[in-house]
Write a protein that binds this ligand. Structure first.
Ligand code: CP3
Length: 341
C-alpha cells in the first residue's frame, strides 16, 4: 500500500488528509531538549546520524504523523560550500558573510558538499530502515535565494536588505552565487534521495521579499531547475515547493516549477487558495503556528475550516510555518484528533 502522504502528492483526494508539521522535531518537545543536551550544541546534533535520526523519530512516536522530515538545517549547505557557521543560543544562526564578489569566488565547487554532508545521508539511511511502514521520509534543502540571504548577511535579517543590496551592486557575482547554491542543492537533494528520501521539500522562506521579475528569476526559476534535475535523476520523485509569502504569485507556481505540491504560508486564505492554487495540484498547509501555543476552540475551528476548504482536491495538512518553542504538545494532539476525528 502506497503511503498516504505520497498518495496525496500524487493527486489523490482523501477524506482525511495526511499530516505532518514544519519543525515537528524541536524545542517544544522535552524529549528533543534531552537529546539535544546529550549531543551538545545544535550543529553537533545535525551531524550525529544516530541522534539526528532519534529526534526525527520522536514526533512520529508521540503523535503518529504521516511524514517524517529529516533532522538537519538549510544552513548546512553554505557550511559545506566553505562558510563558517555557528548558532548563538537565543539569537539564531551566524555565518561568515559574503561582502564582495571575491567572497563568492572563494566558495568551494558544488560537488564538494558531499565531504561535509555525508553524515546527513547516513541519517537518511538510518531513518529509511527505522521508520514505520506507513510514514513517508521527507528530505529537504533551502532554496537558493533563502540560503543566499543568510550567506550574504551572515545572519537572519528582517527584510533581507543585505542580499538585495548585494544583488543590485554586484549582479554577476550574485548570479554566480545563485548558480553555485542551485548546483549544490541538486547534489545534496539527489544524495538524500539515493539514501532513501521519498519526497523532497525546497524551503524558500524569504521568497516574499522578491518583487516582480526578481521573483521569477530567483525563486520560481531555481525551484523549476532543481525540480527538473531531481525528477530526471530519480524517476519523477515528488517535490514540495514552499515559496513562503508569495501571495498571489502562488497562482501558477505548480505549473511554472513542475512541483507536485505547493506549500502555503498562513497569510493565505484557504478558500482563495482552493480556488486559485489547488486547481493546479496538491497544496500543503496552512494552520497558523500560533494555534499550537493558544489551543482551545479557536484551534479546533481553524483546523476544520482548513480541512473543509481543501477537501475538494489533494491536500497535505500542515502549519503555515514552523512550530515555535513555546508551543504546547497537547495542542498538536488536539490538532490531529480534530483533523482525523
Ligand atoms: O523538524 C523539522 O522541520 C526538520 C528540521 C529543520 C530545522 N530547520 C531544524 C532546526 C528544518 C526543515 C529547518 C529549516 C530551516 N532552517 C529554515 C527554513 C524554514 C523556516 O523556518 O523558514 C530556515 C530559515 C532555517 C535556518 C535556521 N535554523 C534558523 C533561522 C534557526 C534559528 C531560529 C530557531 O528556531 O532557533 C535555526 C535553528 C534550528 N533549525 C532549530 C531547529 C530544531 C533550533 C535549534 C535548537 O535546537 O536550538
Amino acid at each position: 500500500m502506497t503511503k498516504k502522504l505520497l498518495r496525496a502528492l500524487g493527486g489523490e483526494v482523501m477524506d482525511v488528509p495526511p499530516a505532518w508539521m514544519m519543525r515537528q522535531a524541536g524545542r517544544y518537545l522535552p524529549e528533543y531538549r534531552e537529546t539535544r543536551a546529550k549531543a551538545g550544541d545544535f550543529l553537533s546534533l545535525c551531524y550525529n546520524p544516530e541522534l539526528a535520526a532519534e529526534v526525527t523519530l520522536q514526533p512520529i512516536r508521540r503523535f503518529g504523523f504521516d511524514g517524517a522530515i529529516l533532522f538537519a538545517d538549510i544552513l548546512l549547505v553554505p557550511q559545506a560550500l566553505g562558510a563558517d557557521l555557528w548558532f548563538v543560543t537565543g539569537e539564531g544562526p551566524r555565518l561568515s558573510p559574503i561582502e564582495t564578489p571575491e567572497g563568492v569566488a572563494a566558495l568551494k565547487p558544488a560537488d564538494a558538499v558531499h565531504d561535509t554532508l555525508s553524515p546527513i545521508y547516513e541519517t537518511v539511511r538510518i531513518l529509511s530502515r527505522e521508520l514505520p511502514d506507513d510514514v513517508a521520509l521527507i528530505g529537504f534543502a533551502g532554496a537558493p535565494w533563502t540560503v543566499a540571504t543568510y550567506m550574504i548577511a551572515g545572519r537572519g535579517t528582517p527584510d533581507q536588505g543585505p542580499a538585495h543590496a548585494f544583488k543590485e551592486a554586484h549582479r554577476p557575482a550574485f548570479d554566480a552565487l545563485m548558480e553555485r547554491i542551485t548546483e549544490a542543492t541538486i547534489e545534496y537533494l539527489s544524495a538524500q534521495v539515493d539514501a532513501g528520501a521519498e519526497v523532497v521539500k525546497i524551503f524558500d522562506s524569504w521568497a516574499g521579499s522578491l518583487k516582480g521579475d526578481d521573483f521569477l528569476r530567483y525563486s520560481q526559476e531555481p525551484a523549476a531547475r532543481i525540480t527538473a534535475a531531481l525528477k530526471e535523476r530519480h524517476s519523477g520523485i515528488p517535490v514540495i515547493a514552499f515559496p513562503r509569502e508569495a501571495g498571489e504569485r502562488y497562482v501558477g507556481f505548480h505549473n511554472a516549477t513542475g512541483a507536485d505540491c505547493v506549500a502555503l504560508d498562513n497569510s493565505v486564505d484557504p478558500e482563495w487558495a482552493a480556488a486559485n492554487v489547488q486547481v493546479s495540484g496538491c497544496v500543503q498547509g496552512n494552520l497558523a503556528p500560533g494555534h499550537m501555543v493558544t489551543g482551545g476552540q479557536a484551534l479546533v475551528d481553524e483546523v476544520r475550516r482548513i480541512r473543509d476548504a481543501f477537501s475538494g482536491g489533494p491536500h497535505v495538512f500542515n502549519l503555515g510555518h514552523g512550530i515555535t518553542p513555546d508551543a504546547d504538545p497537547d495542542n498538536v494532539t488536539l490538532m490531529l484528533e480534530t483533523l482525523r476525528g
